[in-house]
Design a protein around this ligand. Sequence first.
Ligand code: 13P
Length: 246
Amino acid sequence: MRRKLVVGNWKMNGSLATIAELDAIAAAAGRAPGIDVAVAMPATLIAPAVARMPGFAIGAQDVHQDKSGAHTGCVSADMVREAGAAFTIVGHSERRTDQHETDADVKAKAETARGAGLSVILCVGETLTQRDAGEAERVVTDQLAASLPAGAAADWLAIAYEPIWAIGTGRVPGEADAAAMHGAIRAALCGLLGEAGAAVRILYGGSVTGENAGLLLHIEDVDGALVGGASLTAAKFVPIVEAAQR
Ligand code: 13P
């Protein structure tokens, strides 16, 4: 009942020249009608990407929690919406770490994004120290409870579980650990949202590749993938799209 969702996150990579990669990515999405495919671009590339690929879901990687105002260097939800973004990521661990974003900030960002008409991918995930201490599920479900936006619903919100130790490292959780965590997130969503929690998609992110996507994407409650490095080229991203469609 939950359609798989595969999302690329280009992070601080890409240029006007490399948005040509989207041609083959959108073509692969067209050959995979059973799933949803999207790419979160750097803010400056959203409008050119939308102009190049009308109809393909382009998103932002972050938005400010305020609608507008004196926040030098920040980008608002209305701005990325006007540029053509359909969605935004919020709460990525790189922002929680580098920009010191709190759960309260992330919740506010998600709510502001929703108010601007954007769908939202809300990221949660534990550090290796927390996992080794046996605290991973508690940390992640606490993050989820504290950052879940008001009115959370499957038609505009997805959760991305991204263990910090798996991002950009080539390491991925074993099948049992991934299943346990996604199950814990599902239980937490149902506890917080009631029946509506069953419909919210839970993506996995962290070192997803064409080689491991088939296994990861068929674990129960893994409803898709949030892909960093392997989303930067069609050659690496398309096999992940194809694995999700199978
Ligand atoms: P990698 O796929 O490069 O590990 O990045 C994952 C990620 O952080 C996506 O948001």
